[in-house]
Design a protein around this ligand. Structure first.
Ligand SMILES: Nc1ncnc2c1ncn2[C@@H]1O[C@H](COP(=O)(O)OP(=O)(O)O)[C@@H](O)[C@H]1O
Ligand SMILES: [Mg+2]
Length: 411
């Protein structure tokens, strides 16, 4: 029986979906490393967890290594080390390197995690990407702007969740930017005016066996720049829609470039989350790729539209190199509720009954923001809803009904 160790920092709602997926998978020895005590493992799943090791700092490579080594000694040799969070990908790779566990190595993980290296690798393999550079000073940003013109995007080389990502449109804005340095460089890219899509791909030993895709309305950058705007993700009904399928060859080339000589190993068995731009002229550019399940509820959206449990499917993929592609049966989407106004708390939530009425049967799940709730630091806002419909237009209408009716106010 393979022994899979999952890094589950805290036993929170979303993490527990993955814990459950592995715990309920037959034919597996399953262990968990977490910062929470073993008593926090959901009661129904505890019996299925062979080993648990608690560490104080789940980002600390030394503590992770110590924990995984200990589980290897007490439970049995570790075959796979898994974790969902973007921040964990490099620390986990370092543990694999050190303990000789099959899977993504540090060298390969760097290509996915370091945005500059990612773009260089993709470019070297003729995968279309925005022009970019790693700047160590204002002067280097200015030199790049002289080549590509304003606007440019600046972001941390190993960022996530659109944190500290800015559009710079003028020399004044550039002057106001905290300067990068040799130790804290900034990723600078030409600004791509485009629609933003995702491509989720299951590969087995480097071979793509299944794809799904979504569109962001509006783009994460616009969501961040416009605090009052509500945010939606749409997964269309048509799996053969050329808007998405035209990107598949680029997706394949990008994954081959980034997995490199590890593609045909256990590292190349993965669910990846690729973000890509579709420009007005029809051209596609890869923006970035994560070797992990996607966020913003794309996992449940993929489950709903393919009548499957993608969490369970991912666990089986990682543990056994197996995946059964399922056809798409409907469209789905998620809407994120964000408030108007300033202030640190939600002071009113209106339009919920109207939104429910307008959504009708399309509404699958809704978590409404609550009065008194602290304002979220993340662009996902204070609440969400998930919809499904037999048609893409039906799902779009339901998303619109939600975000047009539900009004959240901060104060
Ligand atoms: N070159 C670019 N042109 C236009 N928008 C960009 C560019 N790079 C990033 N963005 C915007 O910023 C968001 C966050 O950047 P991304 O590279 O995805 O980093 P993160 O790891 O924070 O998600 C993107 O989803 C997109 O909306
Ligand atoms: Mg991104």
């Amino acid at each position: 029986m393979p022994h899979v160790v999952l890094i589950a920092p805290r036993f929170l709602e979303n993490t527990n979906r993955y814990v459950k997926a592995f715990a309920e998978l037959p034919g597996l020895t399953f262990s968990v490393v977490s910062a929470d005590p073993a008593e926090s493992i959901p009661a129904g799943l505890r019996d299925r967890v062979a080993g648990h090791y608690r560490i104080a700092d789940w980002m600390d490579h030394a503590q992770l290594t110590h924990a995984v080594r200990a589980l290897g000694r007490s439970i049995g040799p570790v075959d796979r080390l898994a974790g969902m969070l973007e921040e964990l990908q490099l620390p986990m790779a370092a543990v694999r390197d050190e303990l000789g566990i099959e899977g993504l190595s540090s060298a390969t993980a760097q290509g996915f995690r370091d945005k500059d290296r990612m773009k260089e690798l993709l470019r070297a393999h003729d995968v279309p990407v925005a022009r970019s550079t790693l700047a160590r000073s204002h002067g280097e940003i200015a030199a790049f702007v002289a080549q590509v013109g304003y606007p440019v995007i600046v972001k941390p080389p190993a960022g996530l969740g659109t944190r500290a990502t800015y559009r710079i449109e003028t020399a004044e804005e550039l002057a106001a930017l905290a300067p990068p340095s040799p130790t804290q460089p900034l990723q600078v890219e030409e600004f791509v005016q485009a629609r933003e899509h995702t491509c989720e791909t299951v590969t087995i030993r480097g071979v793509p066996v299944w794809r799904s895709g979504t569109r962001y309305f509006p783009t994460p950058l616009e969501v961040l720049e416009t605090p009052w705007v509500q945010y939606c993700v749409l997964l269309p009904r048509e799996e053969d829609d050329p808007t998405w399928t035209q990107f598949h060859p680029i997706n394949a080339a990008a994954l081959a470039a980034l997995f490199g000589d590890q593609a045909t190993t256990a590292a190349g068995t993965a669910l990846t989350h690729m973000e890509w731009f579709l420009r007005q002229d029809g051209s596609c550019l890869v923006n970035e790729v994560g070797v992990r399940p996607p966020g913003v509820h794309i996992m449940p959206l993929m489950s709903i539209t393919h009548e499957t449990d993608l969490f369970a499917d991912w666990a089986r993929l990682i543990a056994f190199d197996e995946f059964t592609p399922k056809p798409r049966r409907c469209a789905a989407g998620s809407a994120f509720f964000r408030g108007h106004g300033t202030g640190a708390r939600v002071v009113s939530v209106t339009g919920v009954p109207q939104a429910i009425e307008a959504c009708g049967d399309a509404l699958v799940e809704m978590r409404t923001p609550k009065v008194g709730q602290a304002r979220s630091a993340h662009y996902e806002g204070e609440g969400y809803a998930i919809v499904k419909h037999a048609t893409t237009d039906g799902a779009k209408h339901a998303l619109r009904a939600l975000i047009e009716n539900i009004q959240v106010r901060y104060g």
